[in-house]
Design a protein around this ligand. Structure first.
Ligand SMILES: *[C@@H]1O[C@H](CO)[C@@H](O)[C@H](O)[C@H]1NC(C)=O
Ligand SMILES: *[C@@H]1O[C@H](CO)[C@@H](O)[C@H](O)[C@H]1NC(C)=O
Ligand SMILES: *[C@@H]1O[C@H](CO)[C@@H](O)[C@H](O)[C@H]1NC(C)=O
Ligand SMILES: *[C@@H]1O[C@H](CO)[C@@H](O)[C@H](O)[C@H]1NC(C)=O
Length: 236
């Protein structure tokens, strides 16, 4: 576990420094079928291959090996979970399925396939869940702004894998009138951010996202809900 390090930044740096280095993690476009998972039990897949004609019945199937302990033996079997591919307005079609009460670990792999009207379109074999993690987004940030500091905190997001001991958060703070892409990311492994100094007047917004720390690779989560706050006077 990391030590308590208070992350300190200065107001002008937050809102003025625009993001040249704002690297966004894009999902690999190499395959038509791509799946991310929260490393707990949910798998979310999208299909960006050839468009699916309306009326065609497409299903994504995922397999998982589960272990059964029946004394004195340890047996395994393969379970299958499926979901029906749904169209989405502004993103490729997709769907998600869950392996209830069967948390993922770093050693397993699944076979995930897409079938349309009974015909196999793609088979993603040896899918390693720990290589494709997209965590659930953090909770709504809480903001406490006083005359000499602003303190922002958030929850981790849930469900959360017990295997994540270190989390990397990215925080974005902006003036309401700015675009998110104009502001840089502040990085921290803590669940809070303390910004000393008097906050200039304005309407502010903050949001947070998370990715697993060491040993796991994956994507950034979606952004948390946004919290807005207003600094009007410099009282207190
Ligand atoms: C995935 O497919 C491979 C090759 O057929 C098989 O050996 C393995 O047991 C399958 N694993 C799961 C979890 O379905
Ligand atoms: C996980 O999957 C289940 C079943 O598909 C769904 O009801 C639930 O909302 C999902 N949870 C998250 C956090 O996506
Ligand atoms: C996908 O490939 C694996 C490994 O070759 C195989 O075991 C599995 O049956 C295939 N899935 C489908 C739906 O054909
Ligand atoms: C914040 O400001 C108040 C009043 O000006 C002062 O009493 C207090 O010590 C300050 N706190 C910090 C952490 O600087």
């Amino acid at each position: 576990m990391s030590h308590i390090v208070i992350m300190e930044v200065l107001w002008p740096l937050i809102v003025l420094f625009s993001a040249g280095a704002a690297h966004s993690h894009k999902e690999s476009p190499t395959r038509g079928l791509s799946c991310v998972n929260d490393f707990v039990r949910n798998v979310s897949c999208t299909w960006s291959g050839s468009p699916v004609a309306p009326g065609v019945d497409c299903w994504i199937h995922g397999t998982k090996q589960v272990w059964l302990f029946v004394y004195p033996r340890r047996d395994s079997r393969i379970i299958i979970r499926s979901c029906k591919l749904e169209p989405h307005e502004s993103s490729p079609p997709g769907c998600r399925f869950a392996f209830e009460n069967q948390d993922f670990n770093s050693f397993e792999y699944s076979n995930i396939s897409l079938e349309c009207d009974g015909k196999l379109l793609e088979n993603l074999t040896m899918y390693k869940p720990h290589k494709h993690i997209k965590m659930n987004p953090p909770g709504v940030p809480a903001v406490h702004s006083t005359a000499n500091e602003t303190f922002i905190s958030w929850s981790k997001g849930s469900p959360l894998s017990i295997f994540f001991t270190v989390l990397n958060f990215q925080v974005q703070i902006k003036l309401k009138k700015q675009m998110w892409k104009e502001v840089s990311h502040l990085s921290t492994q803590e669940q809070h951010l303390k910004i000393p100094g008097r906050q200039p007047k304005g309407h502010y917004q903050v949001r947070v996202r998370v990715s697993p720390g060491r040993h796991h690779s994956g994507h950034w989560s979606n952004w948390s809900p946004t919290t807005s706050w207003t600094i009007t006077t410099r009282a207190r």
